[in-house]
Design a protein around this ligand. Structure first.
Ligand SMILES: *Cc1c(COP(=O)(O)O)cnc(C)c1O
Length: 355
């Protein structure tokens, strides 16, 4: 409230010193490179792909099992989206799945550390380097995650690619009180161009390019500055909750738990069950709210089918029928965590008895 009071009293509501301070703070956290604050994670993706100067026919490989915005950004950049499947028994599309989709027309890879799991990024970065491909990393769900690089040590999610994008939608690991996003790059010329494009292509007083209105507002920047200082503490709490779920639910029949990978940001805790709908209904009756990420992978969305037709991506299709996200957020009380564990155990048991 104090920070907002200063902004409201000062009268500068869009961009300005608050946004600059946030950009600097986030850039420092991500290591080398610059940050441009924008209006949403989706805008950050659209901007990132626009910066690649893709030509008609250029292909961008991305997972089918991800949020729809990834697909939108590729299409809006005028490129051809090529969807890859998930790794067997995993929600993530790793280097192997991406490599299977490369063609002579591939220009870029859009990697997604889904749910906060950054473990596939080192392999994907190596693949992109070996093949001379641009790597765009959609770290919308992964701010706070990290993965190990042979050359650079621990590298935070968002800083693996030529471009990294983040979302501060309220449900992400760093949430704003509205829409906001950011773009990161180690390449200063890309940062300069992104800064211009987010504000109608302005360069000084002139419009050097046809851009967007995607300016971050100062009230969001102030919230995000405060949140950024809490991020490590929140991260530790998310990890503790995830570990409690993993311990408390281990060995249960009918569910597959996510893997406890080093550096996981645990934005979402997503398990799989062949009896997902039954489990979800029982948990709802017990007062436990759950969510399905994602009801359908991109290759099964009407907007995809209408443009590109059918694809056979069996693992993504199967996961979409089985995924169920349990509640996980830093403010969750111990008694709530234990309540979820008990409710899932009971729901699984009852489901089994009712067969
Ligand atoms: C949330 C999200 C986005 C979009 O972010 P918005 O800020 O909601 O526009 C993009 N990609 C992924 C993987 C996301 O989870």
């Amino acid at each position: 409230m104090a920070a907002w009071g200063r902004v409201l009293g000062g009268g500068g509501y869009i961009l300005g010193p608050s946004v600059q301070r946030f950009e600097t703070a986030l850039a420092r956290r991500l290591g080398q490179g610059g940050v441009v604050g924008v209006n949403s994670g989706t805008d950050a993706l659209v901007l990132a792909l626009r910066l690649l100067n893709l030509e008609p026919g250029d292909e961008v490989v991305l997972p089918s099992y991800t949020f729809f915005a990834c697909f939108e950004a590729v299409v809006r950049a005028g490129a051809v989206p090529v969807l890859c499947d998930c790794a067997a028994d995993d929600f993530i599309a790793g280097a192997q799945q991406i490599a299977a989709c490369l063609t002579p027309r591939t220009r870029a890879v859009l990697a997604v550390p889904l749910f906060g799991d950054a473990s596939a990024l080192p392999g994907i970065a190596r693949l992109c380097r070996d093949r001379g491909l641009t790597l765009v990393e959609d770290a919308a769900q992964a701010l706070g995650a990290r993965a190990w690089s042979e050359e650079r040590g621990w590298v935070p999610a968002g800083a693996w690619g030529d471009l990294g994008t983040m979302s501060f939608y309220p449900t992400k690991t760093l949430g704003a009180t509205g829409d906001a996003g950011a773009l990161h790059s180690p390449h200063p010329q890309l940062i300069d161009r992104a800064r211009s494009l987010r504000n109608h292509g302005l360069l000084g007083a002139l419009h050097a390019d046809v851009g967007f209105n995607s300016r971050m507002d100062a009230l969001q920047a102030e919230v995000l500055l405060i949140g950024l200082e809490q991020l490590d503490r929140w991260q530790a709490r998310r990890q503790a909750i995830a570990r409690r779920y993993l311990a408390g639910l281990s060995g249960l029949p009918r569910i597959v738990l996510p893997q406890d990978r080093e550096g996981h940001a645990w934005n979402y805790f997503v398990l799989r069950s062949a009896h997902r709908d039954d489990l979800q209904a029982r948990l709802a009756a017990a007062g436990v709210d759950t969510k399905v990420y994602y009801e359908r992978p991109i290759h099964q969305q009407p907007a995809w089918l209408e443009r590109f037709g059918e694809r056979d991506l069996p693992i993504a299709s199967s996961h979409a029928r089985q995924a169920l996200a349990l509640p996980i957020f830093p403010g969750m009380q111990e008694v709530e965590v234990e309540g979820v564990v008990a409710a899932v155990r009971q729901a699984v048991e009852e489901g089994q008895q009712n067969e």
